[in-house]
Design a protein around this ligand. Structure first.
Ligand code: C2E
Ligand code: MG
Ligand code: MG
Ligand code: MG
Length: 290
């Protein structure tokens, strides 16, 4: 313990601790300021149907460029927002922006969905549904075209408010996706406790070595997802080989660099327009109607 350390050791410990705390406090106040000034951005990544590569949706991903530090990884600032409680207003901002940006896309493309990530803490809030409905109402966004992505941590909780909010999401006609499936303390029981519309298989399954065992596990996980009635989506498809493999092993949908990186709304919209033009003039007229 600190009591038994020498004076110098304790001093060094104090100094580095103080520096870490100061950095964190600064980042926290910078994030708070960025939210107040509405400086966070949302990027969109295409989600495709693997049988014909039609774009059937987009995942909204938060982006923060710090004025002096540059782009901060979402894993870093989302965790910070969770710890500090800023996640409630950040989450509402992302939802509001995603509904506004995707409004045109869902009107133009039959069945198009926008996916928005939820942190576990957002669902513990008593006013979660109020914030969610407010975000949808701002652009009169159709509930059925929103998919909310939650992780295993959220689903495994015994928090009563989280359970009630998950149920309320379903009752409001909004879709639920299980994100990063296979990374947490997965149990098959959790797949029964909540009705998921989409199950997103974690990137880890896709980048793993292509062994017969790896293939068998991926095929088994995909078939479990399908058995629950969910659409099964493979995350992190970086190459044509990845695409071919997950399609062969039973995944109907995909997302990853092979199809497109996350990009600003205007750039995503340009991709979408080009894509629709292509499929309209192709021999497969149903491609636009996905
Ligand atoms: P996620 O929800 O699993 O999102 C997918 C992540 O994989 C994104 O990272 C995306 O850029 C990345 N990705 C997509 N395709 C590929 C690929 O082919 N290869 C590789 N290596 N990566 C790929 P990103 O944008 O850095 O976000 C990281 C995580 O931060 C997200 O993981 C999500 O958990 C969280 N996050 C991002 N935006 C939000 C948000 O608005 N709210 C909440 N609560 N969490 C968010
Ligand atoms: Mg996600
Ligand atoms: Mg994911
Ligand atoms: Mg994730």
């Amino acid at each position: 313990s600190a009591k038994h350390e020498g004076r110098a050791g304790a001093a060094i410990f104090d100094a580095s601790m103080r520096a870490a705390v100061t950095d964190r406090l600064r980042l926290e106040s910078d994030l708070r300021a960025a939210l107040e000034r509405d400086e966070l951005r949302v990027a969109y990544q295409p989600i495709v149907a693997l049988d014909d590569d039609a774009i059937v949706g987009a995942e909204a991903l938060a982006r923060w460029t710090h004025p002096t530090l540059g782009p901060i990884a979402p894993d870093v600032f989302i965790a910070l927002a969770e710890e500090t409680g800023l996640i409630h207003s950040l989450g509402e901002r992302v939802l509001t922006t995603a509904c506004r940006d995707a409004k045109r896309w869902v009107e133009e493309i039959p069945g198009f969905h926008v996916s928005v990530n939820l942190s576990p803490r957002q669902l513990t809030a008593a006013d979660f549904m109020l914030r969610l409905e407010r975000a949808l109402a701002r652009s009169d966004f159709p509930h059925a075209r929103l998919l909310l992505e939650v992780t295993e941590t959220t689903v495994l909780t015994h928090d009563a408010r989280t359970r009630a909010n998950l149920q309320a999401i379903g009752e409001a006609g909004i879709g639920l996706a299980l994100d990063d499936f296979g990374t947490g303390h997965s149990s098959l029981a959790q797949l029964r406790s909540v009705n998921f519309d989409v199950i997103k298989l974690d990137r880890g399954f896709i980048v793993a070595d292509r062994t017969p065992t790896g293939d068998a596990i991926l095929a088994a996980v995909a078939s479990i997802g399908t058995a629950t009635g969910a659409r099964v989506l493979a995350e992190g498809i970086e190459t044509a080989e990845h695409r071919e493999r997950v399609l062969r092993l039973g995944c109907g949908f995909g997302q990853g660099w092979n199809f497109g990186r996350p990009s600003a709304a205007a750039d995503f919209e340009a991709v979408l327009c080009a894509h629709l033009g292509d499929s309209a003039s192709s021999s497969n007229p149903s491609a636009t109607a996905r």
